[in-house]
Ligand binder design. Structure first.
Ligand code: DGY
Length: 314
């Protein structure tokens, strides 16, 4: 079994108990050639999201029988290539829903109320009598547009509704449980023009890559807050930068960026109307343990020739 990066200790222990494990322990991901060498005899692969699993890599792993990763998103995996080789691939849906929704809604709330800017003021010793920090905006009475209303989107919608917001959403098609969601389906174009806050949670696919570009930002309200907790490449970074400096939208709060990690001298970081977190949507101890243990279970099941608990290509 090959593990391409650091994983949570309980999952590592569970795997080591049952298989021979070889783990890449360095902070920088292995080169394809190094990984290919490691994969020569591997039957299982616990892969990190910064590694592309494609035909080339699979060709180096003739004995591979199962792949899993500790993430719900799998845009780094060529699923068709796995299926062609009859290799099941397991992701970790479900176990990170509430945690990721907390982060997405936390970004929205922090940006709206300028909590991070207030803390910067306090820390810089600027909290003086009569000090004037830029005012925030209210959530209640506002419209939240969710792009990608899956389980995480629904959990964000519940949080927004508890704050008195109206929720609209866009998916490829309306959800059958729309009434229970208490959210209104609308076209992508209408969502862009009607939302005060937009939260993006759609998976990165060939169709969603770059779906937020110059045209989409130009359609949004100039007071709109744009929150991305999906994948950076869903957004055209240059178009977002332009929208923020030209005042086409008010603010962005991002958990994901393109590129990722964002270089320290990237122009986005210097903007006054942005808040960026380093891709921490699922980053709590409890949830990262649940994710890694689910991935480990998937691997052990695959090695035993049994169906995975959460298989993308059953
Ligand atoms: C996920 O689970 O997809 C998170 O974004 C971590 O990559």
């Amino acid at each position: 079994m090959i593990i391409t990066g650091r994983i949570m200790p309980p999952a590592l222990a569970a795997l080591q108990e049952q298989c021979e494990v070889q783990q890449w322990n360095q902070a920088v991901a292995p080169q394809v050639s190094q990984l290919a060498e490691w994969l020569k005899d591997a039957e299982g692969l616990f892969v990190s999201t910064n590694i592309a699993v494609n035909e080339e890599l699979l060709a180096a792993a003739p004995k591979l029988r199962v792949i899993a990763q500790s993430a719900v998103g799998y845009d780094n995996i060529d699923i068709q290539a796995c299926t062609n080789r009859k290799i099941p691939f397991g992701n970790t849906p479900g176990v990170l829903v509430e945690t990721t929704a907390d982060l997405a809604f936390g970004l929205l709330l922090t940006a709206a109320r300028r909590i991070h800017e207030g803390w910067d003021w306090v820390r810089a010793g600027k909290w003086q009598p009569g000090f004037q920090l830029p005012l925030g905006v209210d959530l209640f009475g506002k419209t939240l547009g969710v792009v990608g209303m899956g389980a995480i989107g629904a959990a964000v919608a519940r949080r927004a509704q508890a704050s008195g917001m109206k929720v609209i959403y866009n998916n490829r098609r309306p959800r059958p449980d729309q009434a229970a969601l208490n959210a209104e389906y609308c076209s992508f174009e209408n969502l862009l023009t009607e939302s005060d806050f937009i939260v993006v949670l759609t998976p990165l696919t060939p169709e969603s890559r770059g779906m937020f570009g110059a045209k989409e930002f130009a359609r949004m309200k100039t007071t709109a807050y744009f929150i991305n907790a999906a994948r950076g490449a869903v957004v055209d970074t240059q178009a977002l930068y332009t929208a923020l400096i030209e005042g086409q939208i008010a603010y962005a709060a991002l958990d994901v960026t393109d590129p990722e990690p964002l270089p320290a001298d990237h122009p986005l970081i210097k903007l006054p109307n942005i808040l960026i977190a380093p891709h921490i949507g699922s980053a709590t101890t409890e949830t990262r343990n649940r994710m890694a243990l689910l991935a480990a279970e998937n691997l052990l099941l695959g090695l035993a020739g049994k169906p995975l608990i959460t298989c993308v290509n059953p």
